[in-house]
Ligand binder design. Structure first.
Ligand code: GLN
Length: 479
């Protein structure tokens, strides 16, 4: 990353970078609404510490002095963590999520906590008690979701990097909508300790930046085994930054037919296929594949995610955390009911009800168990595909960033936006969204999917594409 290099040469200070980021927040935030909380004082203090380290010299972690925004679903010690919900409006955690701790230990500057769909439930960041985040590239449009605040903050230069979470696409889809790069690592690669759970078997923390290198830098810091999370994988952490230097020679790219058919905006299809064609010209080999159970991914996801959510969100009862409605403790049931009725937004309540229903006796076998079986089949499709390919490429979203309010009255339309992203969470696979062109000045995202724990391949292919696409653009348009 250019900024890390400039900091080391002394050409720029962490204070100056922090000033620029807060300058942008001053100019843009009223329109964009990327943040729920900004942490200006903390940021300048951290920047000062970073500059002191640079003056001392020696071996300094790459993230030192770099501004990072954190999704408001990751616990930050002493800083409000709301999940975009009234029920956690005044919740101040007593500890940092492991990913946050790692980023801060590496010397990063915390810009603030970013806006999101309540508890991560949504695809547009319109389900936030703080109001929607707008797309910096066209404020009449949504930023995507649920990590819309994180993607918008990076896109508008209100931050340099951001942490997001991805349960069914929430890093990749907003990255695509805001024209930035975002990666969801393999399930288990990053500790979920301190991530406020939505659907625990699907949730994963990841990185958003302008480039693949930015994401690799962040992954180097946040990945790794953590005894505080029992699902954290005890596997060796590769040097992600090293992976991005290699080219595309001999790489086999799988193109799943099911991801390019009905429902996909033809202009998006063309951009994605053009990007893949460019990679083919530069040494990669395209292999048509099938992921036959993909048509079941959205329904499978919405059964499993809501089932897990209904259980995870049972803890918000007005007793243990945040908001409480009703002081008459003589009637606890009434207090629970009032608290949850008023504390949760519409979409969260819809999902709790759906999840409770699919787990209830009599419906469990027909819905939840069936969904678990479908999940296995979806994963097996990918296992089979990865026997013959090194990575898989698809669009991120079937549509361009839509206008605010456009899909709010029809939840099913909103759920369908996740059609190309949810399979990866169901299968636990890593995936990245990176910009591959524009349609009517709106960005299009290319999704690169890797095998389990093969983020290196995803990053390598993504970085190689960036190099080719940029040199191509320079060549063609002289930019
Ligand atoms: N849009 C999906 C949902 O609403 C995914 C959200 C996410 O990844 N957190 O569940």
């Amino acid at each position: 990353m250019e900024l890390a290099r400039l900091l080391r040469k002394g050409d720029i200070s962490a204070r100056e970078i922090t000033e620029s980021v807060f300058g942008r927040i001053g100019e843009r935030e009223e329109t964009i609404n990327a943040f729920i909380t900004t942490t200006r004082e903390i940021a300048f203090k951290q920047a000062k510490e970073a500059d002191a380290r640079f003056r001392q010299g020696g071996d300094i972690p790459l993230l030192t002095g770099i501004p990072v925004a954190v999704k408001d679903l990751l616990c930050t010690k002493g800083i409000k963590t709301t999940c975009g919900s009234k029920i956690l409006e005044n919740f101040v955690p007593t500890y940092n999520a492991t990913a946050v701790k790692n980023v801060l230990d590496a010397g990063a500057v915390l810009v603030g906590k970013t806006n999101m769909d309540e508890f991560g439930m949504g695809s547009s960041t319109e389900n936030s008690i703080m109001g929607p985040t707008k797309n910096p590239l066209d404020p009449k449009r949504v930023a995507g979701g649920s990590s819309g605040g994180s993607a918008a903050a990076v896109s508008s230069a209100e931050s340099i990097l951001a942490l997001g979470t991805d349960t069914g696409g929430s890093i990749r889809q907003p990255s695509a909508f805001c024209g930035v790069t975002g990666i969801k690592p393999t399930y288990g690669r990053v500790s979920r300790y301190g991530l406020i759970s939505y659907a625990s078997s699907l949730d994963q923390i990841g990185a958003i930046g302008k480039t693949v290198e930015d994401c690799a830098m962040m992954l180097d810091v946040i990945c790794g085994h953590d005894p505080l999370d029992t699902t954290s994988a005890n596997v060796a952490k590769p040097d992600f930054k090293a992976a991005i230097k290699e080219d595309l020679e001999g790489i086999r790219i799988g193109i799943p037919e099911e991801f390019f058919s009905e429902g996909l905006d033809s202009r998006i299809k063309e951009k994605v296929l053009t990007a893949i064609g460019l990679m083919e010209k530069n040494g990669a080999r395209v292999v048509p594949i099938n992921l036959p159970h993909s048509p079941y991914a959205v329904s499978t996801y919405y059964l499993i995610a809501t089932a897990e959510a209904s259980s995870n969100l049972a803890r918000y009862d007005g007793v243990k955390y945040g908001f409480r409605n009703g002081v008459d403790m003589a009637d606890c049931m009434e207090m629970y009911e009032k608290t949850r009725t008023e504390g949760f937004g519409m979409e969260v309540k819809r999902r709790i009800m759906l999840g409770t229903y699919v787990l209830s006796a009599g419906y469990y076998d027909a819905y939840y168990l069936k969904a678990q079986k479908a999940r296995t089949l979806i994963k097996e499709d990918f296992d089979e595909a990865f026997k013959t390919v090194d990575c898989i490429m698809t669009p991120v979203s079937p549509c361009l960033p839509f206008t605010l309010g456009e899909k709010m009255t029809d939840p099913l339309q909103m759920y369908l936006v996740d059609i190309y992203t949810v399979s990866l969470n169901l299968a636990g696979l890593p995936g990245m969204s990176l910009p591959c062109g524009t349609v009517d000045d709106l960005p299009v995202g290319l999704q690169i999917v890797g095998n389990h724990f093969d983020e290196e391949m995803v990053l390598r292919v993504g970085a190689a594409y960036e190099r080719i696409a940029f040199s191509n653009r320079n060549h063609n348009h002289g930019i």
